[in-house]
Design a protein around this ligand. Structure first.
Ligand SMILES: [Fe+2]
Ligand SMILES: [Fe+2]
Length: 256
């Protein structure tokens, strides 16, 4: 499929995709799972971004490749990421917690994103999005709060589509590159390095919520394998290919 057709399909997907919220009245007053507050702070900061650098790189790519739908899709993706940050912030406030101020891990991610090309920026962003699948599914399992469970499912589902969108774009750029092998090696190293850093930073949350390092790394590997297969635009923009089940827990466990 030609890249412009694929980008146009993604633009249609993003335009049709509604920003969703959990039912906030269903927030319970029970304590959050062990270690959840610190990790929620990190994810809230990570999701929040103006996306200036990413948008600028996407604009340049779109201009060079006559693919305006790509740049427009990137803006929709950034809007959805900021919506995720809003959901997390609202949940923290609703459960009497302070929203996040700053995060060391997030600073590293921001630095990396600003220093890189479009390919590098997407690699960093999609690595975080793939890891988000592991995190939000663990959180959904760990909490009994209906609002937080729903919030995890909403973000998880959005990220499934984002990962497909980003991996397809990476694939399109890499197939033209002579240094494809190097780029793939660096991306794999970045992903697994970041996975380990995330576990070490939030080991209290992961260990107390069913993900000791061995199980965590196993899931990290599984979602990486799934994401690495999402490079074909032939079926992946088809919304029927985005998992849908009536039972939210089932949906969250789908890949893990
Ligand atoms: Fe997100
Ligand atoms: Fe995302």
């Amino acid at each position: 499929m030609h890249k412009q057709t694929a980008s146009s399909q993604w633009l249609s997907y993003f335009r049709a995709h509604k920003l969703r919220e959990p039912s906030w009245e269903s927030t319970d007053s029970l304590p959050l799972p062990i270690g959840a507050i610190a990790s929620l702070h990190d994810f809230q900061r990570g999701e929040k971004s103006e996306g200036h650098h990413f948008s600028k790189l996407a604009d340049k790519y779109a201009e060079d490749n006559h693919d305006p739908a790509y740049a427009a899709s990137v803006r929709h993706l950034i809007r959805e990421e900021n919506h995720h940050a809003y959901l997390l912030e609202r949940y923290l406030i609703q459960s009497q917690q302070q929203p996040a101020e700053a995060s060391g891990l997030d600073q590293i991610f921001r630095f990396l994103r600003h220093a890189l090309s479009l390919q590098g920026t997407i690699s960093v962003l999609v690595s975080a999005e793939i890891l988000a699948l592991v995190y939000y599914s663990a959180l959904e399992q760990a909490t009994s709060c209906p609002a937080l469970k729903r919030l995890c499912v909403i973000i998880y589902e959005d990220e499934l589509a984002h990962i497909r969108f980003q991996m397809q774009q990476l694939h399109r750029m890499r197939v033209k590159s002579k240094r494809r092998g190097v780029a793939e090696f660096l991306h794999t190293t970045l992903y697994f390095g970041t996975s380990l850093a995330l576990w070490l930073r939030h080991h209290r949350f992961f260990r107390h919520n069913g993900l000791p390092l061995s199980i965590y790394m196993n899931r990290v590997g599984k979602v990486w394998q799934w994401a690495s297969q999402q490079t074909s635009s032939a079926s992946s923009t088809d919304q029927t290919n985005i998992p849908k089940t009536a039972n939210s827990s089932e949906k969250v466990r789908l890949l893990l």
